[in-house]
Design a binder for this molecule. Structure first.
Ligand SMILES: [Zn+2]
Length: 318
């Protein structure tokens, strides 16, 4: 199988580097200074692996032990990220939030709506990449193809979130380069040190993206971006329990809760919007949770939906 070099996400390549380069520099070190100091390479590598192997997330790469670390993205992972963001955005906003706000929510997504239908298909494709990479289905929405004007509208929102999600992931790798964490993420340091390096990289990446967003409106696409960057990692796993039983990374659910509290959204309508989004994505990604007893359904008590799902994940993954 060959993934063509004309992958639809390549249309957004420059948006990603723009979003990353325009994120806030932290610790007073600009990207230019870090490059000049030899702490990180000026190049961002793009891995265009053409095999059917599943995507891999971003990493910090060194050609030789002494080489300057280079941030690497993978094209297949960017495809997964965009399709994850677009499909969940349509399913959540159009399929769930809209009918809930209109008071006509009947407990399930309206699959007769062709826009939702195509989003569900795209989500299916996105999730299938964890076992086998394949071509982007040409009839489904992508950054270069929208079957309708409304899909283009969602797609443009997804583009904005996508470029910030990719910038957030790059910001995390950049923090590893700047923090000289490369040693800390190699196998010979303790789990505790490795977890600390990961936590620091998370906080730095968060600050670089969100620091100057002062109100809820400015934070919304950033919140979508961070949540998507984290939760799309579930679509990279075939052993889902491993995602929740990390030793050298903070646990996924702790990262999620940490970011939600750092985002500190004030508006009443957002107190449940993002926790509910996370709860729905998690429940969908882990079908085994069906067998764990729940206290409420997500839609009965959206404020506590995430806590409930996370409790059930703890029980299930133990
Ligand atoms: Zn890391």
């Amino acid at each position: 199988m060959n993934i063509p070099s004309d992958s639809p996400v390549l249309a957004l390549e420059h948006n990603i580097t723009w979003a990353f380069e325009n994120a806030t520099p932290y610790s007073g070190a600009s990207l230019t200074e870090a490059v000049n100091d030899g702490r990180v390479s000026a190049e961002i590598g793009l891995n265009c692996d053409l095999t059917a192997a599943p995507p891999k997330g971003p990493c910090l790469h060194r050609h030789t032990a002494k080489a300057v670390p280079e941030m690497h993205l993978s094209l297949k992972h960017l495809e997964l990220l965009w399709s994850f963001i677009y499909s969940w955005m349509v399913i959540y906003e159009r399929g769930i939030q809209m009918p809930m706000l209109a008071g006509v929510w009947n407990g399930s997504v309206d699959t007769s709506d062709p826009i939702i239908q195509r989003a569900l298909q795209l989500r299916g494709w996105s999730a299938s990449l964890r076992t086998l990479a394949s071509h982007w289905p040409a009839h489904l929405p992508s950054p270069i193809h929208y079957p309708s004007d409304q899909e283009q509208w969602y797609g443009e929102k997804a583009n904005l979130v996508f470029q910030q999600a990719a910038a957030f992931l790059l910001g995390h790798e950049y923090a590893h380069a700047l923090g000289k964490h490369i040693q800390a993420i190699t196998p010979d340091v303790s789990d505790v040190e490795a977890v600390l390096a990961e936590k620091e990289a998370d906080v730095r990446a968060f600050e670089s993206l969100v620091e100057f967003a002062t109100d809820d409106e400015q934070k919304l696409d950033k919140a979508w971006a961070i949540i998507s960057a984290l939760l799309s990692s579930l679509y990279l796993c075939t052993d889902m329990k491993r995602a929740f039983r990390q030793y050298r990374h903070p646990q996924l659910h702790h990262r999620l809760q940490h970011f939600l509290s750092m985002l500190n959204l004030q508006g009443e309508q957002y107190q449940s919007y993002f926790p509910m989004l996370c709860a729905i994505i998690l429940e969908h990604a882990i079908p085994e949770l069906e067998d764990t007893p729940r206290s409420e359904t997500i839609f009965e008590d959206s404020n506590h939906a995430l806590d409930d799902v996370l409790d059930r994940i703890t029980t299930w993954s133990a």
